[in-house]
Design a protein around this ligand. Structure first.
Ligand code: DGY
Length: 322
């Protein structure tokens, strides 16, 4: 009998086809989210699951398992929606999809850097609301932003995505500094300057971009105190997880012009982000689309399927979390 695999959301067609050939797969073609209580009820029929960051796979989920489920293959590099501690206790494998989204997230980081520094949200709204014609084309005031070339980008978390963002930013003439738990080898640093202490790096940032996973250690890494260390012209960029930023502190800094702007793709309590962000001209917001390209989502979906395939064929997993 083929192992039974539950796919919690719609994934790329080719990946669904591949999975269905090898396994008894239950797909979710309508992409209806499975509520947590429903998931807990049905999961005990399955040997494996392909999950996404939208699924709540916490202690509750693991406490109700009957021993059939063996692997959870997450479509996503982040897995903060999964209780890894419970998975370890229950000896359930968890895999993720690192690397294949580095470029897509780095591209979005650059987009946010450019959008915030060149006031693209305001400029776009002006044209879309047909208000351009009511503006004075003042050469030194109309939609004037800041240049990116020659500015310093501070990266918090110089992992695979952070390093790719650094590489892309360098193409725009930016200088790179970084804060990381450990100093990287010279090769990986690629000219970036290391700070072992976040507080020492922040005053030197024209832009600061977060690329850490969501952990207890990184929760509110940008808070009232750390945001207070940024220069007045600084821009905060976040493509990692909302939990790395204390919303009250960032909103206060944006409202009172303690910093220049923020470009955010991720939020606390998505998709119900703090509405105060929406009222701010100096905040450019996106709906968590860092990895949202056809190519990347296909690669992520395929990697999750391949992890399932490897597991049930006793081959080494491609990307094991635990
Ligand atoms: C990830 O892979 O974790 C991205 O945030 C997409 O969900």
């Amino acid at each position: 009998m083929k192992p039974k695999i539950l796919v919690s959301r719609k994934i790329s067609d080719l990946a669904e086809e591949k999975l269905s050939k090898e396994f008894d797969a239950t797909l979710n073609p309508k992409d209806e989210p499975i509520p947590e209580s429903e998931l807990i009820k049905i999961i005990n029929d399955y040997d494996g699951m392909i999950s996404t960051g939208f699924d709540k796979i916490g202690e509750n989920f693991f406490n109700n398992l009957n021993g059939k489920l063996k692997i959870i293959a997450q479509v996503g590099v982040g897995y903060d929606n999964i209780s890894v501690k419970s998975a370890l206790e229950k000896k359930i494998k968890v895999t993720n999809t690192p690397n294949v989204l580095n470029e897509a997230v780095a591209e979005l980081t650059i987009l946010l850097i450019l959008a915030t520094s060149r006031r693209i949200g305001e400029a776009y709204n002006l044209v879309r609301t047909d208000n351009w014609k009511n503006q004075k084309p003042d050469l030194t005031k109309f939609m004037i932003g800041n240049s990116v070339t020659g500015k310093t980008l501070g990266i918090i978390g110089m992992g695979r995505i952070g390093r790719m963002a650094a590489k892309s930013a360098k193409a725009f003439g930016m200088k790179i500094i970084y804060y990381n738990r450990n100093k990287l080898s010279e090769d990986l640093e690629d000219g970036a300057k290391y700070y072992s202490d976040l507080n020492s790096m922040l005053p030197n940032c024209d832009f600061v971009s977060i690329h850490t996973p969501a952990t207890a250690e990184t929760k509110y890494i940008l808070n009232k105190d750390t945001i207070g260390l940024l220069p007045k012209h600084a821009v905060v960029i976040n493509t990692s997880r909302g939990s790395t930023i204390d919303d009250d502190a960032l909103i206060d800094a944006l409202e009172n012009k303690k910093i220049y702007a923020a470009g955010l793709d991720v939020f606390n309590n998505e998709p119900n982000l703090d509405n105060r962000y929406l009222k701010l001209d100096n905040c450019f917001v996106l709906p968590h689309v860092g990895s949202a390209t056809h190519e990347t989502r296909l690669a992520m979906s395929m990697m999750a399927v391949d992890n399932i395939y490897c597991f049930f064929n006793e081959k080494p997993l491609i990307s094991e979390v635990v």
